[in-house]
Design a protein around this ligand. Structure first.
Ligand SMILES: NC(=O)c1ccc[n+]([C@@H]2O[C@H](COP(=O)([O-])OP(=O)(O)OC[C@H]3O[C@@H](n4cnc5c(N)ncnc54)[C@H](OP(=O)(O)O)[C@@H]3O)[C@@H](O)[C@H]2O)c1
Length: 232
């Protein structure tokens, strides 16, 4: 069975993607910092009968990243690595004139440095896979200039660029940066607590990710709406 590592998989998009892959028979290694919530998620996934390993921890911890890859190795390797865990830099988001520099550092550390660290750790197993792939979860804030989204958007833009270069450097892999669009999650509520407009559920964009896995298009940056066309 193929094996995926998904960071930030206790809730939101990460959990929805984990559920969809488990339903397709994937073995999974999942993380999040809050162990109890992660364990509840993993308990729910056991119904699919695949092997699911929970590794609680923070992606910024190099030892934790090694544990994630070691857990995947025990399941047989790494076929898919999804860098999904993310930090906003300020909750709620604030304009750049008020953005705490430590918040920006944290966003860069979680969204960029840790994502590359995990790729580096997993690369030997990804290269050994017959269909190795990396997904980095992006945002439209990486490409558009929205007030208050500057620090987070800068980190996602940096992540996009790392993904683009990785795709060039690793022609044997697929490297997809994916903008999922707005979703009703804790992250979105923390970013913009006063926004009462309804947002789509994370599960509604999962078919976009499954399309990438199924069709293996060229490495590059993809938006969920285009991937979802004709797919729902
Ligand atoms: N929601 C949106 O509208 C939206 C739009 C565009 C892009 N995105 C992107 O979509 C991805 C998923 O976000 P989401 O909205 O699904 O968020 P979410 O529901 O808040 O889930 C975030 C997950 O990441 C975990 N996490 C956070 N920091 C972590 C860390 N340092 N180490 C390990 N795990 C960590 C959280 O658990 P713990 O807190 O227990 O660690 C949780 O499992 C992110 O990359 C986000 O930037 C979201």
């Amino acid at each position: 069975m193929p094996v995926a590592i998904i960071t930030g998989a206790s809730k939101g998009l990460g959990r929805a993607l984990a559920e969809a892959l488990a339903a397709r028979g994937w073995d999974l290694v999942l993380d999040a910092r809050t162990a109890e919530v992660l364990q509840e998620t993993v308990a729910g996934l056991r119904a699919y009968g695949t092997r699911v390993t929970a590794v609680p921890g923070d992606v910024t911890d190099a030892g934790h990243r090694s544990e994630l890859v070691a857990a995947a190795w025990r399941l047989g390797g790494v076929d898919l690595l999804v860098s999904n865990a993310s930090a906003l830099g300020a909750e709620p988001l604030v304009r750049l004139d008020a953005l705490p520099l430590d918040g920006l550092r944290r966003a860069l550390e979680v969204n960029v440095v840790a994502a590359l660290g995990l790729v580096q750790e997993a690369l030997p197993l990804l290269r050994a896979s017959e269909a190795g792939a990396v997904i980095t979860v992006s945002s439209d804030a990486a490409a558009e200039a929205y007030e208050t989204w500057g620090g987070y958007g800068a980190s996602k833009a940096a992540l996009d660029h790392l993904a683009a270069v990785l795709g060039e450097e690793e022609p044997g892999l697929r490297v997809w940066a994916v903008d999922p669009g707005d979703m009703a999650t804790d992250l979105y509520a923390a970013a913009v607590p006063d926004d009462e407009d309804p947002r789509p559920a994370p599960a509604s964009v999962v078919p976009a990710f499954l399309r990438l896995v199924d069709e293996r298009p060229a490495s590059g940056r993809y938006g969920a709406p285009a991937l979802l066309e004709g797919r729902r």
